[in-house]
Structure formats: C-alpha cells, structure tokens
Write a protein that binds this ligand. Structure first.
Ligand code: FES
Ligand code: FES
Length: 160
C-alpha cells in the first residue's frame, strides 16, 4: 500500500512522516516516534494502556488509525512533565503508591489529566467514570482515585 504523509503535533512538536495508512496511532507513536511510554496491552480497545489525548480528548490509540490524527495535536505521557518537573498528578501518583508494575499508569495519567483539565474538582464518581476504561491488574483503584482526588483538592501546588 502506498505510504501517505502524516502531519501530526505530538507533545507540542510538529512532525511529518510517511506511513502505511493502515497503521495504528499507537504503532506510530511507539515504533516511529520512540514514545514508548504509551503502552500496548490488549490491542482491542479494552484495557486503556494505550490512552493518549487527541485534540485534548482521551482516546485509545490502538483503536485509532494514525491517519485519523492527521493535522491533530496528540499528547502522550512523555509530555506531562515540563522542563524536567513532574506534573502534579504524576507527583501525587508517586506519593500515593498509585502503581505497582506501572503498565496501566501512562493511560491512567492521561485519562485523569484530561478529567482535571475539564473538571477542576471532580467527585469520586466522576474520577471513577473518567478511568473506567483503564484497567489495572495490580494496584487496585483506591490509591489511584486517592491520588487524583489529592490533586483535585488542591493538595499539590506547582513548584517554583
Ligand atoms: S492496548 Fe489499547 S485499549 Fe488495550
Ligand atoms: S500498576 Fe500494574 S497494571 Fe496497574
């Protein structure tokens, strides 16, 4: 199949690359752009490990063709830390032990980051709803929810 030119902005960096139009967004992120923070688990849209933001909306990148992101802005977990500083949510995940193996963590962080951008102080139910498509097989969800709530409750501040 003839390759097509993909124009995409990932973590605020504009990229152009020729790809087979059948390739998935998760493949291009991981294999072409070396952004391996985005995980590939089930590959069927069920686990959420591959969650990224597409124009600010969380999507499962194993369920999106890369060409569907042509001209779009994509944010991955690598873009959360700015200038070497972890985001508030990343710090809270660390402090609350909100991961063990960490496989689900990038997807969880992207879903929760999108939630906090939309709703500053989400309720527990809203947090549960936001991460309901992200499966964790080890930590248990309580510590993840606590970590998100701590940020929502203003327990974390930007460091100067
Ligand atoms: S790898 Fe995409 S949802 Fe599981
Ligand atoms: S921390 Fe292992 S899957 Fe969530």
């Amino acid at each position: 199949m003839e390759k097509q030119l993909l124009h995409i902005t990932v973590n605020n960096e504009y990229r152009e690359l020729y790809i087979n139009p059948k390739r998935l967004l998760v493949e291009v992120l991981r294999d072409d752009l070396a952004l391996t923070g985005t995980k590939r688990g089930c590959n069927t849209g069920a686990c959420g490990a591959c969650t990224v933001m597409l124009n600010g909306v969380p999507v499962k990148s194993c369920s999106v063709l890369a060409m569907q992101a042509d001209g779009a802005e994509v944010a991955t977990v690598e873009g959360l830390a700015e200038g070497g500083k972890l985001s508030l949510l990343q710090r809270s995940f660390l402090d609350h032990g909100a991961f063990q193996c960490g496989f689900c963590t990038p997807g969880m962080l992207m879903s929760a980051t999108a939630l906090l951008k939309e709703i500053k102080k989400p309720t527990k139910d809203q947090i549960k709803e936001a991460i309901h498509g992200n499966l964790c097989r080890c930590t248990g969800y309580n510590s993840i929810i606590r970590a998100v709530r701590a940020v929502a409750e203003g327990e974390y501040k930007e460091r100067g």
